[in-house]
Design a protein around this ligand. Structure first.
Ligand SMILES: Cc1cc2nc3c(=O)[nH]c(=O)nc-3n(C[C@H](O)[C@H](O)[C@H](O)COP(=O)(O)O)c2cc1C
Length: 325
């Protein structure tokens, strides 16, 4: 399970930073993997408004943190937590740049009609602070979050938040009477629905084709019933573009997925079930897990019709697996 925190304040060691740090401590103490992107410290380029994403489904800006890591983390995350101070009734500009760039995800969803496999269960959450007492202090940011999380493929409603008024100077957040209890309760409520998912690892050699397709189908069809993870015994540097194309034919969006090693995949949580599909003896070391072997041909380097037939075979296997869970 992964929680992604987007730290949105440019003030170092300020209130937002402290609030998100409390949240991360609680999550990590509960055994959850939490990654934080310190947004103002990254090089996220503002949206150019060129509409390239609406025509091509990808952002024209390729060489910044958004394209190289943030999109991918957003797609992997089970929960996305945005932490932001109020700046003129909205979020600081650096964070707004990240939000504007999710127009690419909006385009993939609404222009290309592709389903993000993580969408069925992903949650969006807000941590926010402001200096004044105004009743409408968080109204602007709630609206921004509603549409940001819709593009990012996450459920969000205005109750999914911790917001604090009259927090202005460094250290104010840490001195707040109820914040630690509030954070503890919020984290426990957020992670509870994920606790009983059966963790299934799909493993092949490169984690570029077969195991990627299997995990995406499992996420797509099983939703929050299983935690589907994929990995390779010898991971490639990128997923196979032909595999991406044949999954898009099925309406499933594989954008921003990255191959990973089996060691990385099992580091934060040991799978209860491992399904191997061509990593041979390299997968056998995962002890304690129920192991199943799917005999699938390797479609790497083959033509699109071969890729389609392997995709369809995997889809059938996954549906059977889910029915038997
Ligand atoms: C540029 C700027 C704009 C701000 N606008 C607002 C505002 O509209 N309403 C408000 O209550 N506080 C506003 N604040 C105050 C911050 O929200 C407040 O000091 C907050 O605690 C800062 O959080 P941080 O320490 O995480 O940066 C503003 C601060 C700055 C620097």
């Amino acid at each position: 399970m992964l929680i992604l925190g987007l730290q949105g304040s440019p003030r170092k060691k300020g209130n937002t930073h402290d609030l998100l740090a409390m949240f991360a401590d609680e999550a990590r103490q509960s055994g959850v993997r939490m990654e934080i992107v310190d947004v103002p410290q990254t090089d996220i380029t503002p949206c150019k408004g060129c509409f390239f994403c609406e025509k091509k489904g990808a952002c024209i800006t390729k060489d910044d943190a958004m394209n190289e890591s943030v999109f991918s983390l957003m797609r992997q995350a089970d929960i996305i937590v945005t932490a932001a101070p109020i700046y003129f009734y909205n979020v600081p500009g650096q964070l707004k740049n990240l939000i504007d760039r999710t127009q690419t995800l909006w385009a993939r969803k609404y222009r290309f009609h592709l389903a993000d496999p993580g969408r069925p269960w992903r949650k969006g959450f807000l941590l926010s602070v402001g200096a004044t007492r105004g009743q409408n202090l968080f109204e602007g940011v709630h609206l921004t979050m509603k549409y940001f999380y819709d593009a990012a493929g996450a459920d969000y409603n205005v109750d999914d938040c911790l917001t604090y008024r009259q927090i202005e100077n460094r250290g104010d957040m840490r001195k707040h009477d109820t914040v630690r209890n509030d954070v503890r309760e919020a984290v426990q409520t957020l992670i509870k629905p994920f606790a009983n998912r059966k963790c299934v690892l799909f493993a092949c050699r490169e984690n570029a084709c077969r195991s990627q397709m299997a995990s995406a189908f499992a996420q797509h069809y099983a939703g929050d019933r299983i935690e589907a993870v994929s990995a390779g015994s010898s991971p490639a540097t990128a997923i196979n573009p032909l595999m991406k194309t044949v999954m898009e034919e099925k309406g499933i969006d594989m954008a921003y997925r990255l191959p990973q090693s089996i060691d990385t995949a099992v580091a934060s949580k040991a799978p209860e079930m491992v399904i191997t599909m061509g990593c041979d003896e390299d997968c056998a070391f995962i002890s304690g897990a129920e192991i199943d072997e799917w005999n699938l041909d390797d479609p790497a380097g083959q033509d699109i019709s071969f890729m389609r037939s392997v995709r369809d075979e995997i889809e059938t296997h996954v549906k059977t697996l889910i029915n038997n869970l």
